[in-house]
Design a protein around this ligand. Structure first.
Ligand code: SF4
Length: 393
């Protein structure tokens, strides 16, 4: 059945934006220089990471303007640099790792995010509200004001020695994409991988939509020699036009499948992060079969999936974007999330059951949505089954 169990969306056919040729943000030269960027003296750290969590329109404007010429968006101090409509700045990294104590603890022990904000600008991004911790009231700032955590690698080096115990799981990219375009210039992840390559017996995961991760294949292989490493490549739909609507500045779905293929061929364990699933939009059985089948063929070792949840500024942000393209779905999401951040259990169970069935059919291992009823226990069991809780190879 190609139709989601609960409803059909008759307005989908006319909802897609016009097909256009575009550049991926990751194919563009990142303009942020390594020096001369304004530094913030103090900024709060993310209190507790949220889990997670991409082709942009042609860059009509010059790639960047200097701090002296760039306008200051929505007040605040003069920006350091602007590129592609994004202002880049620096904040000190007091810590690199955030201990997980909430529901995310079922998935990982520590989260690590080398940046604040994310240029990929996904409409469903649950991390958007975290920018309020930096004083950004406007939810657009999450994708237009990017902060580079200065000293991130040094903090990680220190914390790997003093905080992290053998067997613990560090998840990179839970509130930002660690391989978004600015990483080309900053090399935060490259520095982090050098540190991790010195560690032993850790479990490390990296979640990304970006092909920039392929730059680091050499270090990824070194990390995997003495730790358990996996790279989660997020794809929510195989439909490039729909992806552009949902993830306007991220690489195309086919580019991301290519990332899994390249990693797998290089011997780096990679899988599909089907997160979030948007019922009524991205959960058609035909699309799911296409996506999971393509990923399996590309060498993905697993699929992890979770239905969308909306809280804080993420809710009005997504609902506002869905209303024009998917008015009936938007109304339903509005109703579903009026009382809580997650969709109703029966909706999540339906998605989990169909994704699970398709995964089994194409031969992909699955991990259950830990927020679904019984899912946390099943998540742990699946983690054991698939080796995430076992001793590193
Ligand atoms: S790539 Fe991830 S962190 Fe970045 S905007 Fe999209 S969902 Fe948010």
């Amino acid at each position: 059945m190609d139709t989601p169990l609960l409803f059909r969306i008759p307005d989908v056919a006319t909802a897609h934006p016009r097909e256009t040729t575009f550049l991926s943000a990751d194919t563009a030269e990142d303009p942020l220089p390594a020096v001369g960027v304004r530094r913030h003296r103090k900024a709060p750290e993310t209190p507790s990471s949220v889990s997670s969590p991409s082709t942009s329109p042609p860059f009509a404007s010059p790639p960047f303007a200097s701090a002296t010429s760039a306008p200051t968006p929505r007040g605040g101090p003069p920006p350091a640099l602007r590129a592609r409509g994004v202002t880049f700045d620096r904040i000190p990294a007091r810590t690199a790792l955030t201990r997980q104590t909430g529901p995310q603890a079922a998935w990982f022990d520590w989260s690590a995010n080398p940046f604040r904000g994310c240029e990929y600008a996904c409409g469903y991004c649950y991390a958007r509200p975290t920018h309020a911790w930096l004083g950004h009231a406007d939810p657009r700032d999450f994708q237009e004001r990017i902060y580079v955590k200065e000293g991130f690698v040094a903090a990680l080096r220190r914390e790997l020695r003093t905080k992290v115990e053998p067997g613990q799981h560090i998840a990179f990219g839970t509130a930002t994409d660690p391989y978004q375009p600015v990483e080309r210039r900053e090399g935060q992840m490259r520095g982090a991988l050098r540190e991790l390559a010195q560690a032993r017996g850790l479990r490390v995961s990296i979640t990304t939509k970006s092909n920039v991760v392929l730059r680091d294949i050499d270090l990824l292989r070194k990390v995997a020699e003495s730790n358990s490493l996996r790279v989660n490549v997020t794809v929510t739909t195989p439909d490039a036009r729909l992806a552009r609507l949902l993830e306007p500045k991220a690489p195309t779905p086919s580019a991301r499948i290519g990332v899994v293929r390249a990693l797998s061929r290089a011997g780096v364990r990679a899988g599909l992060f089907l997160m979030p699933v948007l019922p009524g939009i991205t959960d058609g059985d035909a699309d799911l079969r296409h996506l999971l089948g393509s990923m399996r063929e590309a060498g993905a070792a697993y699929v992890a999936h979770q239905t969308v949840f909306l809280e804080g500024s993420a809710r009005p942000w997504l609902l506002g974007r869905l209303r024009a393209a998917y008015p009936r779905v938007a109304a339903r999401y509005e109703m579903w999330t009026r009382a809580g951040r997650t969709l109703p259990a029966e909706v999540r169970q339906d998605v989990a059951a169909r994704v699970g069935a398709i995964a089994r059919a194409v031969g992909l291992a699955t991990r259950m949505d830990p927020s679904a009823p019984g899912g946390r226990r099943e998540c742990r069991e699946n983690q054991r089954t698939f080796g995430f809780l076992s001793e590193p190879a």
